[in-house]
Design a protein around this ligand. Structure first.
Ligand code: HEC
Length: 156
C-alpha cells in the first residue's frame, strides 16, 4: 500500500513536471520552489520587499483590504489578507510563487480583471521567494505545518 502511494506520488510529480516544462512555468534551483520562513536573513529581506511592493494593497499587517471577499463595483476583487485569516495558505508554495511572479491571469486566463500585478519583471525569483517566506514566517506553527504538508502533497 505504501509502495503504491509512493508510485502515485512519483507519477503525479512527473506529470506536473512535464506540464510545467511544456507550459514554461519556471522552477528554481533544484526544480522545487521552497520557502525559507526559518531563515532570518531571507525573511528580513522579504519584509522590506513586502513593505515596498505589497503592503499598499495587502496591508501593513497583512490584513488585506476591507470586505476582501466581496467584488467591488468594477467587478474586481479587493486584495485578500496574507495572514492566517485569509486563504493564501490554502495555496501550495509553487502556486503562490507562480501567482506572484506571473500574475493571477496566468491561472485565471488573460481576460480575468484583477488589480494584482505580476512581479516577474520587477523582482528576481529569489526576491519573490523572500517575500513569500516572510509572509509564511508570520503564520502560526500549525498553519505552517499544514502548508508544508500541502505543498509536498502537490508534488512541489
Ligand atoms: C495593486 C494592489 C496589489 C499589490 C501591490 C499586490 N497585490 Fe497581491 N493581490 C491583489 C489582489 C486584488 C488580489 C486578488 C486577486 C484576484 O483578483 O483574484 C491579490 C492576490 C494575491 C495572491 C493570491 C492570494 C490568495 O489568497 O489567493 C498572492 C499570493 C499575492 N496577491 C501576493 C502578492 C505579493 C507577494 C505582493 C507584493 C510583492 C502583492 N501581492 C502585491 C492586489 C495587489
Amino acid at each position: 500500500m505504501k509502495n503504491r502511494i509512493g508510485v502515485i506520488v512519483i507519477f503525479v510529480a512527473l506529470a506536473l513536471g512535464a506540464f510545467y516544462m511544456a507550459f514554461g512555468i519556471p522552477f528554481t534551483g533544484d526544480g522545487r520552489v521552497r520557502f525559507e520562513p526559518d531563515n532570518p536573513t531571507i525573511v528580513s529581506s522579504g519584509a522590506v520587499i513586502y513593505a515596498d511592493a505589497c503592503a499598499s494593497c495587502h496591508g501593513d499587517d497583512l490584513e488585506g483590504q476591507a470586505d476582501w471577499q466581496v467584488r467591488k463595483a468594477d467587478g474586481k476583487l479587493p486584495a485578500p489578507p496574507h495572514d492566517d485569516a485569509g486563504h493564501t495558505w490554502h495555496h501550495q508554495e509553487q502556486q503562490l510563487f507562480d501567482i506572484t511572479k506571473l500574475g493571477v491571469q496566468h491561472f485565471a486566463g488573460a481576460d480575468y480583471a484583477t488589480d494584482m500585478p505580476a512581479f516577474g519583471d520587477e523582482y528576481s525569483d529569489e526576491d519573490i521567494l523572500a517575500v513569500l517566506s516572510y509572509i509564511k514566517s508570520t503564520w502560526p506553527p500549525e498553519i505552517r505545518e499544514r502548508h508544508d504538508l500541502m505543498s509536498k502533497q502537490n508534488g512541489d
